[in-house]
Write a protein that binds this ligand. Structure first.
Ligand code: ASP
Length: 335
């Protein structure tokens, strides 16, 4: 089903269109429908705009307000993602993230700017704001990726505070998990709250970021797609940007975000490009019923697209002083 029809149905029946709680508490539903309709039909420039993976109103609003006020998309991405990293209730990002199978919380993050610059940290421990460290890697070093201890020491040298990221709640859940030690990432639930964010500022410039503690109870040393350029994130300021969430191994194998941007370059809409990138995964992988992948994309005009393998992926969009959470269309409709 085409996304437009899917959303229409969702709005008409009143199912599935959730409204970012704190932000849209006072927004009448006809206004929500109007925003939704504009996002789908606008053929003019549609920015400033922010789109994030999942229902993350606080992070998306933070970024959205920043660009509404004339800030750059790069600052908006960094500050927006930092909100999720600091949120102890989000167990897939930053502080409070689920640990690996040995009890270590290890963070992956990357950021990309309008000039195609990129910075990333992988397998970093003890520092909350991985996205901000990634930005420092991009701006203050001759490198693009720093890993593990090196990333942590670099962060400390830049004034970041050492913090124990394993909260009591995450420790308890890990101890419970250890009783069976069964590694089976769950579709949509807690393993996949990675925040990927794309923004276009008032000047028409695109930036993006992605930050995660990775899959819960992964092997020590595991790095996912999120901090890897072209997989978890890719921006080309002439074309658009894309970012991913879900089973990182599958995104890595298909270089998903780069693929989406290249498909948009060839003329596909963000929605068509996301759908094709999901198809690449499911057609190569009989196992797709067991894992989730979700993509979001934006093009230079500010048109958005999003698609996932399974139901219940959603996106947060900030536009014209409003933030909405919209359900994504998905591939596996066999239920
Ligand atoms: N993509 C992330 C990873 O594989 C996980 C997620 O989206 O939650 O590390």
């Amino acid at each position: 089903m085409k996304r437009r029809k899917f959303l229409k149905r969702a709005s008409l029946t009143g199912i599935g269109v959730a409204v970012g709680t704190t932000i849209l508490a006072n927004t009448p539903s006809n206004k929500v429908n109007e925003i939704e309709e504009n996002l789908l039909t606008n053929t003019k420039e549609n920015f400033p705009i922010v789109i994030s993976t999942w229902n993350v109103p606080n992070a998306t609003k933070k970024a959205g307000i920043l660009i509404e006020e004339g800030g750059t998309s790069l600052d908006a991405i960094e500050k927006g993602c930092m909100i999720e990293e600091a949120d102890l209730n989000n167990h897939s990002v930053g502080n409070g993230g689920r640990p690996d199978r040995d009890g270590h919380v290890t963070l992956d993050a990357c950021i990309m700017d309008k000039n195609g610059n990129y910075g990333s940290v992988v397998y970093m421990q003890n520092i909350v704001h991985a996205i901000a460290v990634a930005r420092k890697v991009m701006e203050d070093t001759p490198h693009v990726i720093l890993a593990g201890k090196g990333a942590e020491e670099f962060a400390i040298s830049k004034g970041f505070k050492k913090t124990n990221l394993l909260t009591e709640a995450s420790k308890k859940a890990w101890e419970e998990w250890k009783k069976e030690s069964n590694y089976q990432p769950l579709i949509n639930i807690e393993n996949h709250d990675t925040i990927g964010m794309l923004a276009i500022d008032k000047y028409g410039d695109i930036s993006g970021g992605c930050t995660t503690s990775g899959l819960a109870y992964k092997m020590a040393g595991r790095v996912g797609d999120s901090p890897i350029i072209g997989s978890g994130l890719f921006i080309d300021n002439q074309v658009g940007g894309a970012t991913a969430t879900g089973m990182g191994e599958e995104v890595l194998k298909t270089v998903g975000s780069f693929l989406i941007v290249e498909l948009m370059r060839q003329g596909k809409s963000p929605q068509e490009a996301c759908e094709e990138a999901i198809l690449r995964i499911v057609t190569k992988n009989d196992n797709y019923k067991k894992f989730q992948v979700g993509y979001i994309a934006i093009n230079k005009k500010g048109e958005t697209g999003y698609y996932s393998i399974h139901e219940y992926f959603s996106v947060s969009i900030y536009k014209d002083n409003n933030c909405i959470n919209l359900p994504s269309d998905f591939f596996n409709k066999t239920k």
